[in-house]
Design a protein around this ligand. Structure first.
Ligand code: UTP
Length: 466
């Protein structure tokens, strides 16, 4: 065993040997004092018992899986909403006016599919002004603050991979006019990946590979960062959770909040109708009587194509990853320790070869462990799910090209803006789509455009409405 004079550091080293990860000291002799310290500090954050448990369960999963009793979940459909929206709206609006709602953005992911250098939220998305995802979201929140006379506290979860850059971006841009003291950044935890023998993987001589612990880590990070206590102190009861990449997200939607409150739910969920059976979306369903989201890859073919009595897909509700959580539910999720299950994904992970050179393998060489936020639904006594119109509220930026890419996100915004104008009786061609953008500060939905249509010059030939 390598030895150092500092007894605390020696304990850390011993832990590594006890758990059989001593290969991470392969380059110890080449490291100077500060790099050695850095490696030991990283080791000190690792929960080796957890890693061992996860690796063991990965081996067990390969032998057979439990069968799940799958049933459709209850969903408040668009048709139901035509009747009920007006009844729940006052509840949501009241919560907003009373300052009982916080916005919560999870932006700790690595955005590897998009391949953008920097936090995904900085990616320019709007058609004319090329506003970033973050700016677009901030302006939506500014518009909500104006509407309801209350600035909505905004919690933003980042991870070690992008925390600094995200904060600096907001600071540089003066928070796009939002009150800086209403925006709080905090980081989620990281978790090491392991190779197929369960060993840590060096990606530098003084560092092993880690990745954020999944969006489910937000449940823990809300607690660890003191945000839940702060919310309770400030009278916040509901957390509006959204992800960084949905350009059409309807932030703090009062109808949605209203359904959550009326249903006495602890967690709520928004779904869209899947385009077809094969669309790669998790579906909302009941698994062994508990409402939750079943990942696309876990839905077997029979259930994927199954039809109901109306000849519609039996599992049609595609998860959009927009949730409302009651604050007291997040407290309960944490009081006896974080308990979301970890999912295992085999990935190609960069590693140092024997010569100390970094290798980016084409094939999968290890596994990452991630938690998913929707797994928290299984712990809720009451989950409310509502259907939304995809063209109005859901278009995600995930990939460099093809589906869910800059191209589709642009198209979906153009279509939506054009439809708002048309709805207000303003002529705009739909084929081909014209380049135009409506600022969230002008309108958040068709109704706002309708009300303000006199402010739009006729004939409409502008590209940007603000
Ligand atoms: P995705 O599942 O799309 O992952 O995250 P990603 O990391 O952004 O992108 P890929 O898979 O590497 O291409 C959905 C949302 O969850 C957040 C992301 O920032 C995004 O808002 N997320 C994901 C986290 O906050 N932390 C995580 O550990 C993972």
């Amino acid at each position: 065993m390598i030895s150092v004079s500092n007894s605390e550091q020696q304990k850390i080293i011993k832990k590594v040997y006890n758990h059989g990860h001593e290969q991470i000291f392969r380059f110890w002799n080449e490291l100077d004092v500060s790099l050695r310290e850095r490696l030991l500090q990283q080791i000190d954050t690792v929960d080796f018992e957890l890693l061992e448990r996860l690796f063991k369960s990965s081996q067990e999963q390969e032998h057979g899986e439990d069968t799940i009793n799958l049933q459709p979940a209850e969903i408040i459909t668009l048709l139901d909403r035509e009747k009920n929206d007006k009844d729940v709206l006052p509840l949501g609006e009241k919560a907003l006016r009373n300052g009982e709602v916080a916005a919560f953005l999870v932006a700790g992911g690595q955005g590897s599919r998009l391949g953008f250098d920097g936090p995904k939220g900085i990616y320019p998305v709007t058609p004319v002004k090329q506003k970033s995802l973050f700016q677009n979201q901030t302006e939506k929140l500014l518009a909500m603050a104006e509407k309801y006379g209350k600035i909505i506290p905004w919690y933003i979860m980042t991870s070690q991979t992008n925390h600094q850059q995200t904060k600096e971006y907001f600071e540089q841009e003066n928070y796009f006019g939002y009150k800086a003291d209403k925006v709080k950044f905090f980081m989620q935890d990281m978790l090491p990946a392991v190779d197929f023998n369960g060993k840590l993987i060096l990606d530098k001589k003084s560092h092993f590979f880690e990745s954020p612990n999944g969006h489910g880590g937000s449940i823990k990070a809300l607690w660890d960062s003191g945000s839940i206590k702060e919310m309770e102190k400030n009278g916040i009861k509901y957390i509006f959770y959204f992800q960084v990449d949905n350009v059409l997200v309807n932030i703090c939607d009062p109808y949605y909040l209203g359904y959550h409150i009326a249903g006495n739910a602890q967690v709520s969920n928004k779904v869209v109708h899947k385009v077809n059976a094969e669309e790669k979306m998790g579906v909302i369903c009941k698994m062994n009587d508990k409402t939750g989201v079943l990942e696309y890859s876990d839905l077997d073919e029979k259930d994927m194509y199954a039809l109901d009595e109306k000849n519609d897909l039996k599992y049609w509700g595609g998860n959009t990853a927009v949730h409302v959580f009651s604050v007291d539910f997040i407290r309960k999720e944490n009081e006896s320790g974080f308990r979301l299950p970890y999912h295992i994904a085999n990935k190609s992970i960069p590693y140092l070869n024997d010569d100390g050179k970094i290798v980016k393998p084409d094939e999968k060489n290890g596994m990452k462990f991630e938690t998913f936020v929707f797994d928290a639904m299984a712990d809720a006594q009451k989950v409310t799910t509502i259907e939304i119109k995809r063209e109005e509220e859901f278009s995600a930026l995930k990939n460099k090209e093809g589906s869910d890419s800059p191209e589709t996100v642009l198209r979906d915004q153009l279509k939506l803006f054009a439809s708002w104008l048309q709805n207000a009786g303003i002529e705009v061609p739909l084929e081909p789509l014209v380049k135009l953008e409506i600022s969230p500060l002008f309108a958040l939905h068709a109704g706002d455009v309708q009300k303000k249509k006199d402010k739009i010059p006729a004939p409409f030939n502008g590209m940007y409405v603000e």
